[in-house]
Ligand binder design. Structure first.
Ligand code: ADP
Ligand code: MG
Length: 325
């Protein structure tokens, strides 16, 4: 789903490459933490995935395409299959919550009917129903980040990239945001989250890719991933108190709840012909829900929805792989 092949990124006018010889592959449905100190190259990785930057050497492939082969004019369409969340939320300050989320769809030419259905669904998913008319400054930081997440997923992207999404939030709110990203991932969306809070992710039992000065020094799947003994380990730092532990527990609980709620777990990379979760989002709260029913986002096939054309997306049948005239 995302593949880096020996990727080196050198910014003009800098001595040291921001990334050097980075190699990894992320499968569909994975939740990957990209960790490392400030300046280690995390944001550069995410920018390469979005084709906001190009590698100096090596290859980046996303959703089965070598990003070099995507014509410039097609890049906006490509980016529609990726939702992005940032540390500083990046909401439009003069637009309401609803408008901030709808805006993404409006610029892509989605129909009014689709917008009217998709925006409330996305807001419900992030727990912001009823706050549609608020302006960003009338919301807490955590709520603003929820709006940003709703905006990132309203298009039903296959991949969500989050760059330090909890960086501006207090620990308790960070837990909520982690919980939300875990739910989104449990619904089948691939999530790559950059964070410098290494101690926190160490215990998450999720895959961790660690960068140090642009070099990949660790790639570990939680619970054991081959022989990683020759990969330098990060010394666990002092854990940031109870918040980190609470976040960890919450994410685990959500995963357990979600796995119990859906017949076939879809969080793990599934073979292409695995049965899809047939239930629509709204029906997960049927028969005797737990105290806080998990929100399940079923994987959505844009072709099935019949919205691919409106969103200007290729449905995958006729992908361009060669040069475009
Ligand atoms: P992180 O997100 O882990 O903090 P970045 O990817 O932002 O790391 O940065 C990695 C390195 O690349 C840093 O040394 C940074 O100064 C440099 N860098 C990032 N973006 C640019 C840019 N646009 N121009 C020049 N140098 C950059
Ligand atoms: Mg960064």
């Amino acid at each position: 789903m995302i593949r880096f092949e020996n990727v080196t990124k050198r910014y003009r006018g800098t001595k040291r490459p921001a990334l050097s010889g980075v190699d990894f592959e992320v499968q569909r449905g994975e939740f990957v933490f990209l960790v490392g100190a400030s300046g280690s190259g995390k944001s550069s990785c995410l920018q390469l995935i979005l084709r906001e930057e190009s590698p100096t050497s090596g290859r980046v492939a996303v959703l089965g395409r070598d990003l070099k082969s995507i014509a410039n004019r097609k890049v906006p369409y490509f980016r529609r299959s990726i939702g992005s969340v940032f540390q500083d939320f990046r909401l439009l300050p003069s637009k309401t919550v609803y408008q901030n989320v709808a805006f993404t769809l409006q610029v892509t030419g989605a129909s009014r009917g689709f917008i009217q259905q998709a925006v409330p669904e996305a807001l419900a998913l992030v727990g912001l129903s009823g706050k549609e008319k608020r302006l960003p400054h009338e919301l807490s930081g955590g709520e603003q980040q929820r709006v940003a997440i709703a905006r990132a997923i309203v298009n039903r992207p296959q991949i969500v990239l989050a760059d330090e999404p909890t960086g501006n939030l207090d620990p308790g709110t960070s837990v909520d945001i982690m919980q939300l990203l875990a739910r989104i991932n449990a619904g089948g969306t691939t999530v790559v989250m950059a964070t410098h809070e290494a101690a926190f992710v160490d215990q998450m039992q999720r895959r961790v890719i660690e960068l140090r000065d642009g070099e990949m020094v660790r790639d570990e799947v939680g619970g054991g991933y081959g022989d990683t003994s020759n990969v330098p380990r990060l010394e666990p730092e002092a854990i940031r108190g109870a918040a980190a532990t609470a976040a960890l527990q919450t994410v685990r609980e959500v995963h357990r709840e979600t796995e119990a709620a859906i017949a076939e777990p879809v969080a793990a990379p599934a073979p292409a012909d695995a049965p899809r979760n047939p239930r629509p989002t709204a029906s997960t709260a049927d028969d005797a829900p737990p105290a806080s029913p998990p929100i399940v986002v079923p994987p959505v096939d844009l072709a099935e929805l019949g919205v691919a054309d409106r969103l200007g997306l290729d449905t995958g049948d006729d992908e361009e792989v060669g040069p475009v005239s």
